[in-house]
Design a protein around this ligand. Structure first.
Ligand SMILES: Nc1ncnc2c1ncn2[C@@H]1O[C@H](COP(=O)(O)OP(=O)(O)O)[C@@H](O)[C@H]1O
Ligand SMILES: [Mg+2]
Length: 266
């Protein structure tokens, strides 16, 4: 059946959430990024793949205002922007969950969800409003379908998957429009990874959020991401809609590269 009620494409719908043009990043003599082009469409999930040292984390850190790029341009919702700091990126709705999650393990779930942006009572003492934070944290987790026994539990009592979910919840709780995830499924078993994949899919369905995530597992990536890009030695060497590539094709590209390195043809 053909759809005759095509929605008109508005200008806003065609503006990428995030775009990087010819991004170069050098650390002294090391060129970590060698002219990377990246685009993240509105509401899109982009999977970033590549070997260790390919430059994936460096790219994320530039997109989140942690490192300035050596050269190249960044556009946030279509506007060219110099990201001055992580706080600046955050103010523009860009949130990142790093590999180490940066949670305070001995603090409760709800304190972690408001870490560095605590709700305080009015007045000169700025006392923590624990009641408000507890309530809001529970609401937020409920809203995105993350189930924990109690938001009073210290984070150290949670599993790796639950901790990752709390870190993601904290990021989206702050009105993130663009979410960057560095290996959200690292070191997780299949069941735990499933929890996070489900969470990411629910966030996508809620709309209004664009997600770029660094991944390891090709099959998982092709399952979740709308589009994938492969990074090798500081460059993007391959980019496709997930539907038009396969695990076999990706493995083939990486295998070829590995052979060339070993035989010294590169
Ligand atoms: N802060 C830094 N100082 C110096 N070199 C760095 C720094 N961060 C990353 N690099 C180098 O940049 C390259 C890319 O690293 P990275 O972005 O961490 O790769 P990936 O996340 O794909 O494994 C590597 O050669 C790494 O050693
Ligand atoms: Mg990395």
């Amino acid at each position: 059946m053909t759809d005759t009620t095509a929605t008109p494409v508005t200008a806003a719908a065609t503006v990428d959430a995030l775009r990087g043009e010819n991004i170069v990043k050098r650390f002294g003599a090391v060129t970590a990024l060698d002219g990377v082009n990246i685009r993240l469409g509105q509401g899109e999930i982009l999977g970033i793949l590549g070997d260790n040292g390919a430059g994936k984390s460096t790219l994320m850190k530039i997109l989140t205002g942690f490192h300035p790029q050596t050269s190249g341009k960044l556009f946030v919702h279509g506007e060219q922007t110099e990201l001055r700091s992580v706080d600046h990126a955050r103010a523009l709705g860009i949130e990142c969950v790093y590999q180490d999650l940066a949670l305070a393990n001995s603090l409760s779930i709800y304190h972690n969800m408001f870490l560095n942006r605590e709700i305080v009572h009015r007045g000169p003492l700025r006392l923590l409003n624990n009641r408000a934070m507890r309530l809001r944290a529970a609401e937020c987790l409920e809203d995105i379908g993350v189930h924990v026994p109690s938001v009073d539990l210290p984070v150290e009592q949670l599993s790796g998957g639950q901790r990752q979910a709390i870190a993601v919840a904290r990021a989206v709780n702050s009105n993130a429009r663009i979410l960057l995830l560095d290996e959200p499924l690292a070191a997780m078993g299949a069941r735990e990874a499933g929890l996070i994949i489900d969470l990411i899919m629910r966030l996508k369905k809620k709309g209004n959020l664009s997600i770029a995530m660094i991944m390891h597992n090709y099959a998982q990536t092709l399952d979740i991401a709308d589009r994938i890009m492969l990074m090798q030695r500081g460059r993007v060497t391959y980019e496709r809609d997930s539907a038009s590539t396969s695990v076999a094709e990706l493995m083939d590209i990486v295998r070829r590269e590995y052979r060339e390195m070993r035989t010294g043809t590169r």
